[in-house]
Design a protein around this ligand. Sequence first.
Ligand code: ZN
Ligand code: ZN
Length: 410
Amino acid sequence: MLSAQKMEKFAELAVTIGANMQKGQEVVIRCDVNCQDFAHIIAKKAYELGAKQVLMQWRDEQLSRMSMLYADTETLCDIPDYSIQQLQYFIDHKCCLISISAGDPNIYKGCDAEKLAKVNVASSKAMAEFRKATMSNYLRWTIVSVPTAGWAKQVFPDDPVEVAIDKMWDSIASIMRLNEADPVEAWRKHIATLHRRADFLNAHNFKYLHLTSANGTDLKVGLAKDHLWLAAEEEGQDGLKFTANMPTEEIFTAPHKDHVDGIVKNALPLVNNGNIIDNFSITFKDGKVTDFTAEKGYDALKGLLSTDEGVLHLGEIALLGKNSPIAQSGILFYNTLFDENASCHLAFGKAYPTTVRNGNDKTKEELAEMGVNDSLQHVDFMVGTKDINIKGVQYDGTETVLFEDGEWVI
Ligand code: ZN
Ligand code: ZN
């Protein structure tokens, strides 16, 4: 367990550096019922810092599992109006959002993958407006994580659950820089380093990046026209900064949806909807997935890749070195928030409109013209092996080495 003092600092990070809550603002905490203790610490901190009102959006993964097992597909795909209206309220009131992501990676084990994929599409469709509000930075939002029993047991299966939870807290404390004398100041410094590298990448305006690894990855990822490399802090549409992912180590941008060619293999398992997909390879031609294999979770990967046309194209490329605290921990968290910060990654599906210049002012057609992908999905998968080499190639052919043996050289 963390000390009460560190726990409070953690909550403060989420409210300030994360969501950048303003005095008088409404705050929504979105989490599973098993995270209620930490949710209450965040709620108290938000009120102390001047929240107008704290609202809770509870989830219940145990119930979600039961529904997936017992309710029929048609019923589950009929998303209740009130849940959409609730999300609309959050948009209309310009709430800032704090999500606690701590799901049991095995929660849907044994459930029908096809049913799960269908329900996932239905709920993604129902949430389209809300998704737009967060992905376009209309709302400020952040995601943090705390250990839960199911999650800790997956990460440390050989330990009794209490020990597993303690180990999780230890690693989360160091990853979140809670052991520093002043965690808020430590985060500001970390954010400055990431922004220096993003500025370097933006100044070079690369045409494409070339990724190679000993595992067989050999992929050229074209970048969208007027792409922007972003890191850590993003700017909300109202001009206020926020940090969407905590932790965050990545610097990311939009690939060109039609200019990705070659083969890529995963470096870490992909956990999607409670399914674990591993030892997979994806072949791209002219931006589109033309072939895929998976030694584990093939059906889940197939389900994911049949969501819509856009999921067959890339929506994100993100770079981070093997010396990041999460990679150093050597722990596989089975949680995207952490694992995506352990390794360079790509994402199937929708690109963030903010990753191209003036992206939020562009129409759908204009974004597509620039190469910005659209889909109901946005699913990260890790490709950054410890030996990955990455070079950037500019429009005039000039090459710049960015990564050698899994780490930044700029
Ligand atoms: Zn990412
Ligand atoms: Zn992503």
